[in-house]
Design a protein around this ligand. Structure first.
Ligand code: HXC
Length: 265
């Protein structure tokens, strides 16, 4: 438990976290549960969701965790997931768009379908979830949307043209929706994590020698270490809280300073 936040400050609130069964968004789901929130996690793999729900309930001591399998590329499935949440808990205060796909591939080797797959999971998936949650609930009731980005859109990075382009689209969507939806009391913000230990993205980068994420890459970072879920989850708490009630349209970079220094990140 982080002492910065008041115990149970998310009590009676409901969050949907896409990609919440694993990695960074598992950490965000856990933090929300610890502070009293009800959380629905979604991804494509039902068995992974089921196991993650069991772990999340155990680690947080909060039983208000549920799952709904859904491919964020399919708008009909997204609408069903959102409706399930509303039927179960009657409201949606927070949407975290964390579902993402990525792999390392040189531009010249990348198939059309490979580029399209990542665009569809990341950018379209985020759009679909925003559209369904705003349409079914937030338009009349307000809320907070937190889009999980990366630092990739801030620099050119080899082997990541698909993911960087997809996340740049998400950052733009964050700004545009913030402007359009602000009058409806919907804040739209983003978090751009750097290299976060144990995340799927980090594992994939570390496995590939050409990524620049060799054994010693931490030494290139100003803060001399990779990030952890505990570096990201507090931002998801803060941005969902009243402390952030005058912030919208911004994507916060949480990367240990990498974006200013690391030559290929
Ligand atoms: C080249 C690849 C590839 C690879 C897949 N493709 N993996 N091309 N190198 N390693 C191509 C396939 O050949 C296919 O194109 C197309 O991509 C779609 O692949 P499928 O396997 O059919 O798609 P699907 O089953 O929908 O899987 C989606 C996926 C997969 C993105 C490819 O990796 C996935 O489900 N990932 C989810 C988990 C994940 O990636 N998490 C990491 C997020 S990290 P063809 O032409 O053959 O049909 C992140 C942060 C990034 O986003 C920041 C890093 C710093």
């Amino acid at each position: 438990m982080n002492k910065t936040f008041q115990q149970d400050f998310l009590r009676n609130q409901v969050a949907i976290v896409t990609g919440g069964a694993t990695g960074i968004c598992y950490g965000i789901s856990l933090a929300y549960l610890k502070y009293g929130c009800k959380v629905l996690i979604t991804s494509r793999k039902e068995e992974v969701l089921k196991q993650s729900c069991i772990r999340l309930a155990k680690e947080s001591g909060n039983e208000n965790i549920a799952y709904f399998p859904c491919d964020v590329r399919k708008f009909e499935q997204v609408k069903a997931m959102v409706q399930y949440t509303l039927d179960k808990w009657g409201r949606i205060d927070i949407l975290v768009n964390g579902a993402a796909g990525n792999f390392l591939v040189p531009f010249e080797m990348m198939s059309i379908n490979a580029f399209r797959s990542v665009m569809e999971i990341d950018t379209f998936g985020t759009f679909h979830c925003c559209k369904a949650v705003v349409g079914k609930w937030m338009s009349k009731n307000g809320g907070v949307i937190i889009n999980i980005s990366t630092t990739l859109p801030h620099c050119g990075v080899a082997l990541q043209s698909h993911a960087g382009t997809a996340k740049a689209g998400i950052d733009a969507l964050t700004r545009h929706l913030a402007v359009e939806l602000g009058p409806k009391k919907i804040r739209v913000v983003g978090i751009a994590p750097g290299a976060i230990e144990k995340s799927e993205g980090f594992k994939r980068l570390r496995m590939d020698d050409s990524s620049g994420f060799g054994e010693d890459f931490e030494k290139l970072l100003p803060l001399q270490r990779a990030g952890t879920n505990d570096d990201i989850a507090p931002w998801a708490l803060f941005l969902a809280s009243d402390c952030a009630s005058y912030i919208t349209g911004q994507t916060i970079i949480v990367d240990g300073g990498a974006v200013n220094t690391f030559p290929n990140f």
